[in-house]
Design a protein around this ligand. Structure first.
Ligand SMILES: [Zn+2]
Length: 327
């Protein structure tokens, strides 16, 4: 039996998983990644991976491949983390070469949203699909596209699937990426928090003032959801626009890719029906009937556990793309 090693490099946490092609996990490890130095973290990753392999009673030669799930911006083709937003000391870190050398096994480097899509495809809500789209929906919005049974990466930048950064409003709200009117600027958690901070002074009657103890810095998606559930008018206005914008983006994806499933990440499964139902109410305005009816809109199955599977799924896809035997 061959196993797969997965590394998930997050802005605040690093996870390592050892698992097989069925999704069975043989060992996991986690550590904090806030304000870390890669000179210390990379050797820890290699040593911890070796420890997990030994504890499972295996040797490194029993591991078919490893996969690294990492945030963009990155030089994905060469496996270099160039400038991760949350980790100022990580600059131009050649993480793929480092792990290849230390572990002595084949491996790959993949955008974290693509890894989320691969994890849902192999182990979660997308099992058995030929065409599916996964949307990470939390502080920002990312995406991963599986089309005709393959992960879509695009050309040189390997940046296909950046679904949060499609412009849905001319001269619209400024996005963190620099473009005006991105989908993320209307529906990402951080963007919505900034919007509330800008606008709250115009809504002195809003429950959000009380919930945030009149400190705009405390305004976030959790408080927005609370205020909306309590019937606050300003929260309802924001919720309605968020739902309409989500529907607009979903419609673009459905008409562009005609997926079997659109799989929704964090905000959707954490908030539930009151998040999804208003989107479905608007969706018919933005896509054709046939692809709409052919597309099931579902929540992530892996939910919080997705990070344990992200790197393993990347490794599995790497073997698939090499034409090798996954098992
Ligand atoms: Zn953007």
């Amino acid at each position: 039996m061959s196993l797969l090693l997965g590394f998930d490099i997050g802005g605040t946490k690093i996870g390592i998983g050892l698992g097989d092609h069925t999704g069975k996990l043989y060992g996991t490890s986690r550590r904090d990644n806030r304000n870390t130095d890669p000179a210390e973290v990379l050797p820890w990753m290699a040593n911890e991976a070796k420890r997990l392999v030994e504890e499972a009673g295996m040797k490194l030669s029993d591991i078919a491949a490893f996969g690294i799930s990492a945030p963009f911006p990155a030089d994905a083709a060469r496996g270099i983390m160039t400038k991760p937003t949350n980790n100022p000391k990580w600059r131009n870190v050649p993480i793929l070469d480092f792990m290849r050398e230390k572990l002595g096994i084949p491996g790959c480097f993949e955008n974290d949203a693509n890894c989320g899509a691969l994890a849902e495809w192999f182990f979660g809500a997308g099992k058995g699909c030929r065409d599916m789209i996964y949307l990470t929906m939390s502080t920002g919005i990312g995406g991963g596209i599986i089309a005709a049974g393959n992960l879509v990466r695009g050309n040189r930048a390997l940046s296909a699937g950046e679904l949060g950064h499609i412009c849905i409003q001319l001269n619209g709200r400024k996005c963190s990426c620099g473009i005006n009117g991105c989908y993320e600027a209307y529906c990402g958690g951080v963007a919505l928090a900034h919007r509330m901070q800008e606008e709250i002074a115009d809504h002195p009657e809003s429950l959000l003032n009380e919930l945030s103890e009149n400190d705009p810095a405390k305004l976030d998606m959790v408080l927005l959801e609370k205020a909306f559930r309590a019937g606050d008018a300003y929260a309802a206005e924001l919720w309605e626009e968020m739902s309409l914008r989500n529907a607009q983006a979903f419609g673009l994806f459905i008409n562009s890719f005609n997926p079997e499933k659109l799989i929704l990440g964090t905000l959707a499964w954490a908030i539930g029906d009151i998040y999804i139902d208003p989107i479905l109410k608007h969706l018919d305005k933005f896509c054709w009937e046939a692809p709409r009816h052919g597309c099931e809109i579902v929540c992530s199955v892996l939910k919080r556990e997705i990070s344990s599977y992200a790197g393993i799924a990347a490794a599995m896809n790497y073997l698939k793309e090499q034409g090798g035997n996954i098992i």
